[in-house]
Design a protein around this ligand. Structure first.
Ligand SMILES: *Cc1c(COP(=O)(O)O)cnc(C)c1O
Length: 366
């Protein structure tokens, strides 16, 4: 007789979600990047690097990690007969683009507050990339309304006053708002998408005949990281999930990851405990400030692009790529390790950062 399904999987299966993903996102080997950062002579047995391509996970507006989380939240919004999704992010937020995309696909309205979270203003920053896509999809895009209402709150992973005002406005017009916090993270259902992702990874490992002992993921509002941690602890196979902070405020991010991981675990199985040792956040690669790439970010982006043509963005994935490369080079990730880099998406922001790739220093760093 087959073993009974663990409680967390049973519970997870019963929580409603919408079919906004293609199915399992692909896992791809990165042989040229692997050779470039761990030459055969330096390390035996060899390290392998694969990428879990969450940037290719959905047909909706280029997908990414936020769509994987939102499949649960939008099902909840529909169950509550809401008419509008209300959320918040930076000007080039992937999250607000994803909220607008799932709203379109679900036949809901989207109102997104776009705040100036990033202390730079490169050419066309507020016209191209994600914000262009949101406008194209018919989103009600509100730039700078935080300023009118008594001051922009600045970058933060917590809850925002401006969204409360927008919710009231939706109600006054007879609609019913569904509030989604920044990054769809600090929400009861925010961690579920990436528990699902870990379950998916385990299934793909069985097919590939590999076990990824080390998983690398970018962490900012924290629920992608938290969900993967819950999935890894629940399966109990001892794999390590290493978050790479890109928030520039690692204490806040770590606190939020811990809270979301524990709440998500409790939702799925009251007996599932997340030990402190499972929460790993490396704070060496955020380059000081959210949304601004530094030299190590640009170098890592170039290396990934020039070896296996993996395109990463300067806000998130370039920083986690820099983290993975360094963890391997310095030997923290040791010989024989099978590493899985979870690529969370974010390429639509790249064009808004084109000026970072015109300078001499950026041309040929390697
Ligand atoms: C939002 C985002 C992240 C960070 O994920 P969180 O769940 O907010 O920690 C990383 N990469 C990309 C591309 C993102 O859009």
């Amino acid at each position: 007789m087959a073993d009974p399904e663990p409680t967390y999987l049973n519970t997870l299966r019963l929580i409603p979600k919408l079919p906004f993903l293609f199915g399992p996102s692909p896992i791809q080997a990165l042989p040229r990047l692997t050779r470039a950062i761990s030459p055969p002579t330096s390390c035996d047995p060899r390290i392998t690097i694969h990428a879990k391509r969450e940037d290719c996970n959905s047909p909706l507006a280029y997908g990414g990690n936020k769509v994987r989380k939102l499949v649960y939240l939008v099902a909840d919004a529909q169950a509550h007969a809401c008419t509008a999704l209300v959320s918040v992010g930076g000007i080039q937020s992937n999250h607000t683009r994803a909220v607008t995309a799932v709203a379109a696909a679900a036949g809901l309205q989207a109102v997104t507050v776009q705040e100036r979270w990033v202390p730079i203003d490169p050419p066309l920053y507020a016209q191209t990339g994600n914000i262009l896509l949101s406008r194209l999809m018919g989103g009600d895009v509100r730039v700078g309304i935080g300023e009118e209402g008594g001051g922009e709150e600045g970058f933060g992973i917590g809850h925002k006053e401006a969204t409360r005002r927008v919710c009231r406005e939706v109600e006054e017009k007879g609609g019913k708002p569904y509030y989604i916090p920044a990054g769809a993270s600090d929400h009861e259902l925010g961690g579920l998408g990436f528990v699902d992702c870990m379950v998916e990874i385990a299934g793909q490992e069985r097919e590939l005949g590999i076990f990824f002992d080390t998983v690398i993921v970018c962490s900012v509002t924290g629920s992608s990281h938290a969900g993967l941690i819950v999935g890894a602890v629940a399966e109990g196979r001892g794999r390590k999930v290493i978050g790479i902070d890109a928030s520039g405020k690692p204490e806040e991010t770590k606190e939020q990851v811990t809270r979301i991981a524990r709440n998500t675990a409790k939702l799925l199985d009251p007996d599932l405990e997340i030990p402190d040792s499972a929460i790993i956040l490396d704070d060496r690669f955020h380059e000081g400030v959210y949304g601004v790439p530094g030299p190590s970010t640009i170098k890592a982006m170039q290396l990934a692009a020039r070896t296996d043509a993996v395109i990463t963005d300067p806000v998130y994935e370039g920083k986690s790529m820099a983290g993975m490369i360094q963890l391997i080079r310095e030997g923290t990730i040791g010989p024989g390790s099978n590493v899985l880099y979870v690529h969370l998406g974010g390429q639509p922001a790249l064009n808004a950062y084109s000026s970072y790739f015109e300078t001499e220093s950026a041309k040929d760093v390697q």
